[in-house]
Design a protein around this ligand. Structure first.
Ligand SMILES: [Zn+2]
Length: 132
């Protein structure tokens, strides 16, 4: 596991997170992940630290209203989601596209697990993933 630093686009929100990119990332076809092309790594809360921007974040909740999709009020970028699921418990889904110091080769080599969130089917991948 390495400590990475990340931020939103305007820099109001800054965070660091301990992530093992070689352990895998997520792409999901649910409605919000599709629209955002959200690409998170799942991180335990103790491995995430918000450095700046607590008051600059807003959060969007829908459906069960369980997951807090955090976004910067100024630039609109979604750096992370705070969720709670049977699979992961309370988790941070850190948008690895927001990491400022992750080498490109670590990103392209990070395994991707595809989730069929759109159909609430968490046990097998979606039939089509190329658009995610
Ligand atoms: Zn911002």
């Amino acid at each position: 596991m390495k400590t990475y630093h990340g931020s939103c686009h305007c820099g109001a929100v800054q965070f660091e997170a301990g992530i093992d990119l070689s352990a895998g990332t997520i792409k999901c076809n649910c409605t919000i992940c599709t629209k955002l092309r959200f690409w998170p790594a799942i991180v335990k809360p103790e491995h995430f630290r918000l450095i700046a921007g607590d008051t600059e974040l807003s959060n969007y909740r829908f459906n069960t209203k369980t997951d807090q999709h955090q976004f910067c009020k100024h630039c609109g970028v979604h750096p992370f989601v705070i969720g709670n699921s049977p699979r992961w418990g309370v988790f941070y889904g850190v948008n690895i596209s927001c990491l400022d110091d992750a080498p490109i080769e670590e990103l392209v080599n990070a395994p991707v697990t595809y989730l069929d969130g759109r159909n609430d089917n968490w046990d097998s991948p979606p039939l089509e993933v190329r658009h995610l």
